[in-house]
Design a protein around this ligand. Structure first.
Ligand SMILES: [Zn+2]
Length: 313
């Protein structure tokens, strides 16, 4: 790697794309945002991804840098080995060979990753899980998904679907999940579910941040929803800890922005649930919404075989 080398990184979400030029040491030298335009269908989204990536590579060259690779993160089920976006509910991808399409268009070595897995990769290597070795990154937003990262590599699973911690069954008689089954963790404790459950109980619309605030102010309905949320999350994380025995659990996504209002009671609830297994350190994510781009860049560098010696200080 030479001084002017950069990775073109894209984190493609249902509504927007975060894009960056990232140096091999994890430092970002340029960022851009673009709308995804998922309503135009998956083919148009693929075109936009390739166009934006090409534009970023051109920008790098214009600035006197050398684009050495492309990393793209997408939601849903992702086959990283084949570079295929297998399935995505919010973008409509069905078996899209994104990596090959990008290689054909840009001529750059390309890595395709899952948004939460690469976010976990970045948090484990450059963010809140740095130095921990074994990290479980849990993103709590519209849904709940996790990445299990060991020594800087995230487990992908046999079918590209590892880390679906949101579909751990925590309340058999609970609300029905988007996956069709009642009682999944994300049907109770995702940011979306917290707002929905509060509205059902009170008739007042509110988002998760407002519920957290009202709970802290002692409003009974909000206190009840928040306590149920913390209990369900603690059950899910305790299952995660029983499976993975990590040193650190990093919480990201919208709900984690509640900070101590979430982390303090959750830490206590998790502590109660530990018997013989060791209690993990529970911390908030540190990289914010940059994590996806940084992780996509790391994945691309890993695929190039760049040694992981130099990382963000
Ligand atoms: Zn489910």
């Amino acid at each position: 790697m030479s001084d002017g080398d950069v990775v073109v990184a894209l984190d493609v979400g249902g509504t927007g794309m975060k894009c960056a030029l990232v140096r091999p040491d994890g430092r970002t030298v340029h960022t851009e945002r673009h709308p995804t335009g998922s309503d135009r269908g998956p083919a148009a989204v693929v075109d936009t991804i390739l166009e934006v990536a090409e534009g970023l590579a051109g920008k790098a060259c214009a600035d006197g840098r050398t684009p050495v690779a492309l990393g793209v993160a997408v939601p849903g089920v992702v086959d990283e080995g084949r570079g295929v976006a297998v399935w995505s509910a919010n973008i409509g991808f069905r078996d899209v060979p994104l990596r090959d399409l990008a290689v054909a268009r840009l001529g750059l070595p390309t890595a395709l990753g899952h948004d939460v897995r690469v976010g976990g990769l970045a948090e484990a290597r450059l963010g809140a899980g740095r130095g921990a070795g074994h990290v479980l990154f849990v993103a709590i937003g519209t849904g709940i998904a996790a990445a299990h990262v060991v020594d800087g590599s995230a487990s992908v699973g046999a079918h590209g679907a590892a880390g679906e911690i949101g579909h751990i069954l925590v309340r058999p008689d609970g609300p029905r999940c988007g996956c069709g089954r009642p009682g999944c963790l994300e049907a109770i404790a995702s940011a979306a579910a917290v707002g929905r459950r509060y509205a059902e109980l009170t008739g007042v619309p509110a988002d998760a941040a407002e519920v957290a605030e009202r709970a802290a102010a002692g409003e009974p309905a909000a206190v009840r929803i928040w306590q149920e949320t913390v209990a369900a999350l603690a059950d899910g994380l305790a299952t995660g800890q029983a499976l993975f025995d990590v040193a650190t659990i990093v919480l990201g996504g919208g709900l984690a922005q509640a900070g101590a209002r979430l982390l303090d009671p959750l830490r206590a609830a998790l502590h109660e649930r530990m018997t013989f297994h060791r209690e993990p350190r529970l911390v908030a994510a540190a990289l914010g919404d940059e994590a996806g781009c940084l992780g996509a860049a790391l994945l691309a560098l890993d695929a190039l075989g760049v040694p992981r010696t130099v990382e963000k200080q």
